[in-house]
Write a protein of this length. Structure first.
Length: 262
């Protein structure tokens, strides 16, 4: 099996497929969105377990292959689209507002796809997504970790996320040059911060993490309207952080509190 023009790596290990499907908590009437089905390692088993399966595949040849392979499955619908360009209404018109999401995400678009999903999905939605391990580590990182960053904070504000399993290159054909990790998300019914406030928080995070080696008392002076370093220190102390803290040392909750102090 050769490498496709879009550079996909196709999942071939059955044990990984079974773990992913188990984590979706499926029932016979489940509605499921699969992004990038590829050669259908997940799609085939899914088609026999759910009420409706919507596939979004960017590669026209792969979309046609899976469409032909599952032509006898009335539960399966295939859209030949780039998910990032697909209007959300195209999905909800077919699946409604309550569905599960699964994907072996293309590495180059993984973060953008996840962010689009989190910005639209209803609270309580389960997603099981595979990422390059380095990206997955950022999404589940804890404070005081080099992997902890602005992406960590925003993801954890919108969802509960935990690692499900690590996947070696040998589980794919052709094998990638990196390890992968499957994560399970549950979209929060009540985000830790109102969605309308997220753009403001993201600007604060961008300032805070802009120079990771510097202390926040310097990085955040502009974000706080040109405040003196001592004033930023006082705000850090007010949220229970050290006045000498660096960006990765604050918890998600402390970043939220610091934004509200702004």
């Amino acid at each position: 099996m050769g490498r496709r023009p879009l550079g996909q790596h196709f999942l071939i290990r059955r044990s990984v497929v079974n773990r992913i499907l188990g984590a979706l908590e499926l029932s016979s009437d489940s509605e499921v969105l699969e992004i990038g089905p590829g050669k259908g390692a997940l799609t085939g088993p899914l088609s026999h377990q759910v009420g409706h399966l919507l596939l979004v595949e960017k590669d026209p040849e792969l979309a046609e292959e899976v469409r032909e392979h599952l032509s006898g499955a009335p539960t399966v619908e295939v859209l030949t689209e780039d998910f990032l360009n697909l209007p959300w209404a195209e999905i909800t018109d077919r699946l409604g507002d309550s569905f599960r999401v699964v994907s072996n995400l293309p590495y180059q678009a993984a973060t953008a796809i996840m962010q689009k999903l989190l910005s639209h999905l209803a609270g309580g939605t389960i997603m099981v997504l595979m990422f390059q391990k380095e990206v997955a580590d950022r999404l589940v990182a804890k404070p005081h970790s080099k992997a902890f960053g602005s992406l960590t904070v925003v993801t954890q504000i919108l969802s509960e996320v935990k690692p499900l399993l690590n996947v070696p290159p040998q589980a794919f054909r052709p094998p990638p040059q990196v390890d992968s990790t499957v994560l399970k998300f549950r979209v929060r019914r009540e985000p830790l911060l109102d969605r309308e406030q997220l753009p403001g928080l993201e600007r604060l995070l961008q300032a805070g993490f802009s120079h990771r080696r510097k202390m926040l008392r310097q990085n955040l002076r502009t974000a706080f309207g040109g405040a003196a370093a001592s004033e930023v220190e006082a705000r850090l102390q007010s949220v229970g952080a050290s006045p000498q803290a660096r960006a990765e040392e604050l918890s998600v909750e402390q970043w939220i509190d610091l934004y509200k102090e702004k």
